[in-house]
Design a protein around this ligand. Structure first.
Ligand code: GUN
Length: 285
């Protein structure tokens, strides 16, 4: 079997076109959705990510501001900026790019963001809302993975077994919650799981989010399964690659997401969706 590709670039274009239409209609009503992106320090990967986020906003007709601070910014000064953005009516979403410098407590910073503007979905209120099925904001990467499943007709996962590899607060845990909400049976594994293949071979859907190459190989995949690769690694030649042995797994899986061009663009797309929704929620019902 040769797996069909779930094209994150193509799906992103579709979803972003819808965001642009909805943003234009909000703008016509006097509300332009606005995102504030905060970057502290000079992390090279973070600089690329924030630039892409700001560009994506402009392309979809969203207002955005990028605030860049030196790595020695104090925690108190960052918390002050967040308080000001919480109160700023032109800003509907606030994103603080992680990782932060070591002297700043990530958790404290995330919790300072108003839950109504938590478009990254990392606030305890957002995680709690997801857990109990209330309205909040879904973390962008797992939300993008769910959109990818939806795009191949897998919105309702009743009767399907999904295995998530990875248990981070950013991907693994919210991913498991979203799969459960879609009625899947969910197993959460991680880099320390003994004999990972025992679990993955039973899975109709595997989501790999470990941050290590070749975590999932062909012998670990059930024929026809859907494989979603959240990994972002470099191979020996310095080229971008995921957690999945793409060449091998493609011969067994039914569907697979490539790296690059898979989950990556969907993460930014769902950030736009969340920012738009944050603004839409301000409209009278
Ligand atoms: N760093 C890596 N991924 C993310 C993300 O999705 N949001 C933020 N804020 N920082 C990140």
């Amino acid at each position: 079997m040769t797996a069909q590709i779930i094209d994150g670039n193509a799906l992103s274009r579709q979803v972003r076109a819808d965001v642009a239409t909805r943003a234009a209609s909000l703008t016509a009503r006097g509300i332009t959705p606005g995102l504030a992106v905060i970057l502290v320090g000079e992390n090279p990967a973070s600089q690329v990510y924030v630039r892409n986020k700001v560009k994506a906003c402009a392309d979809a007709g969203l207002h955005s501001v990028l605030e860049r601070y030196d790595a020695d910014l104090s925690e108190a000064a960052l918390l002050d900026r967040i308080a000001a953005l919480n109160a700023d009516p032109a800003i509907h979403g606030i994103l603080v790019q992680l990782p932060l410098p070591r002297h700043i407590d990530d958790h404290k910073v995330i919790e300072a963001i108003s839950p109504a503007k938590d478009v990254d979905g990392f606030h305890i209120a957002s995680a709690g809302a997801l857990m109990v099925g209330e309205v909040g904001f879904k973390a962008c990467t797992p939300y993008g993975c769910m959109k990818m499943l939806e795009s191949i007709g897998m919105a309702n996962l009743r009767g399907k077994h999904a295995v998530v590899i990875g248990r981070s607060n950013i991907v693994g845990k919210p991913m498991a919650m979203m799969l459960l909400a879609a009625n899947a049976t969910v197993t959460v594994c991680h880099s320390g799981t003994a004999d990972l293949g025992v679990f993955t071979r039973q899975a109709d859907i595997v989501v790999a989010a470990v941050g290590k190459r070749n975590v999932l190989t062909a012998d670990m995949v059930k024929p026809g399964a859907v494989v979603i690769d959240v990994g972002m690694n470099r191979n020996d030649e310095g080229k971008l690659c995921g957690d999945v042995d793409y060449a091998g797994v493609s011969t067994v899986a039914g569907w697979i997401t490539p790296v690059p061009g898979g989950v990556g663009p969907m993460t930014i797309t769902m950030l736009l969706v969340n920012t738009l929704e944050a603004a839409e929620r301000l409209l009278p019902a």
